[in-house]
Design a protein around this ligand. Structure first.
Ligand code: GDP
Ligand code: MG
Length: 461
């Protein structure tokens, strides 16, 4: 159904926090899926988006809604899961810059950890409101679980010693947040949500606290962020997450529409490795509600779709679109050249980075992953690994040829491609073998570093 301008759009909720605090597991619990166990090393590598429709929201908060007098006015919620590993600063930064409100997950047993603090700093610098999920409450000694129940009510029903352990641990987290200049309070005691962060106890294993978490976020967004989440029918805000070939669909791009609308046959401009591409939308697809965009499923076709939503777009000429860049629609009064320039801006800036004359080649799947990998190789590796050339997308013969130049320059150790989360063309692999170029591949960034340092150490002997 067409949506009027006076209505709210779905807020974008970003899940952040240290690795292993339970971000993916929490989302799995809300969705009733099992993404977490299928991930490489249990670590989320890319941004995933899941839409929860209004009905699902109402359902999930039902145990508390009546008591709280809550009427759900949001059309839904788009939840974004971000990678937790430390070398993903840029991806997290991208995820969080899309979001209206964040859930910062803290492991009740561990308190604040390095990426918790990094996330806190990011949220503050962007002035993004957030709530804290104090996760893993089920690990308090003697915990008696009420599956999918309210954590506030669950806590009331615990034995004295169990409740005491929770109180002690929660107080410690509160103090650690205080030390960082943040007031924090358990959400049911929070009388001033504008200046005090709410702590929502949760368990991603038992599902306790999920009603509390969703109810609190629904309230905060629809009551306090009304202005920000006002639906704007004529203003498309859309970001590319990933380019993917899908059987039966051809090339597709996964995107997040933040606001506005996208329609079949719209003329759009996409930022690609070969410059701006003007094309028209052949199909607008979404996964079924409560399913993730990253995961294979039966897609639903739309004539028209509204933000916020995770959307798969089919169009021609998008093979070399770059993740992390915007998509814009060309309206009938728009100047095409202005739009092209706007769409290319971010990419142009990243590609201006300085490279070394002698160094390895770095190849990654997305603009964000490339930035993350570069940051890791240059800032976090000791000694830093020099990089002579970067690229986004699969590895072809021409990339191997570029790497082989280092052989001529007398630096055989740099005749190396560090490939993150990309496919290697069969011909490229054979050619690399033939000329003596090494290709290290990994889908976890620090594994690439380990492989390369082991190789360098070997060379020194
Ligand atoms: P992420 O890195 O933050 O996405 O964390 P994951 O969702 O991958 O979870 C990390 C580990 O913690 C997994 O082994 C989960 O099963 C476990 N875990 C997550 N949430 C809970 C929880 O609420 N209680 C307990 N006991 N374990 C949890
Ligand atoms: Mg995860």
């Amino acid at each position: 159904a067409a949506r009027s301008a006076a209505s709210l759009r779905s807020p974008i909720v970003c899940i952040m926090g240290h690795v292993d605090t339970g971000k993916t597991k929490l989302l799995d619990k809300i969705r009733q899926t099992n993404v977490q166990e299928g991930e490489a090393g249990g670590i989320t590598q890319q941004i995933g988006a899941t839409f929860f429709a209004k009905e699902t929201l109402k359902d999930k908060v039902a145990v508390l809604a009546q008591e709280a007098g809550l009427e759900v006015r949001l059309p839904g919620m788009l939840v974004i899961d971000t990678p937790g590993h430390e070398s993903f600063t840029n991806l997290r930064s991208r995820g969080s810059s899309l979001c209206d409100i964040a859930i910062l997950v803290i492991d009740l047993m561990h308190g604040l950890e390095p990426q918790t603090i990094e996330s806190l700093n990011l949220l503050r610098s962007k002035r993004t409101p957030f709530v804290v999920a104090l996760n893993k409450i089920d690990r308090c000694y003697g915990w008696k679980a009420t599956a999918d129940g309210s954590s506030r009510l669950s806590l009331q029903g615990q034995d004295g010693a169990t409740r005491e352990e929770f109180e002690t641990r929660a107080a410690r987290v509160r103090m650690e947040l205080n030390e960082r200049g943040l007031n924090a309070e358990l959400y049911w005691k929070n009388e001033d949500p504008a200046s005090t962060v709410s702590l929502v106890p949760t368990s991603a294993i038992t599902g306790e606290g999920i009603p509390d978490l969703l109810l609190w976020i629904t309230r905060l967004t629809q009551e306090r962020l009304t202005e920000q989440i006002m639906f704007m029918p004529d203003l498309l805000e859309c970001t590319v997450l990933e380019v993917k070939a899908v059987e039966g669909l051809g090339m597709t791009i996964d995107t997040i529409i933040v606001n506005g609308a996208l329609r079949e046959n719209d003329r759009i401009v996409v930022c690609t490795l070969d410059g701006p591409v003007v094309t028209s939308i052949r199909a607008v697809l979404t996964p079924p509600p409560s399913r993730e965009l990253r995961i294979k499923s039966e897609y639903i076709h739309h004539k028209e779709i509204y933000g916020a939503m995770g959307v798969k777009i089919c169009a021609q000429g998008i093979e070399r679109a770059i993740a992390g860049t915007p998509i814009m629609v060309i309206g009938k009064d728009d100047n095409e050249d202005d739009i092209k320039e706007e769409v290319m801006k971010d990419f142009t800036n990243v590609m201006k980075m300085d490279l070394d004359t002698r160094g390895v080649i770095v190849q990654a799947s997305t603009l964000g992953a490339l930035e993350a990998l570069m940051q890791f190789l240059r800032k976090e590796c000791d000694p830093p690994i020099p990089v002579s050339s970067v690229n986004i997308g699969p590895i072809y013969r021409r990339d191997v040829m570029r790497a082989s130049i280092m052989l001529e320059k007398g630096k055989p150790e740099y005749a190396t491609i560090l490939a993150f989360d990309v496919r290697i063309d069969a011909d490229a692999r054979a050619y690399a073998e033939e000329v003596g170029v090494r290709i290290f591949t990994a889908d976890i960034i620090y594994h690439l570093f380990d492989q390369f340092t082991a190789f360098m150490a070997n060379l020194m002997e």
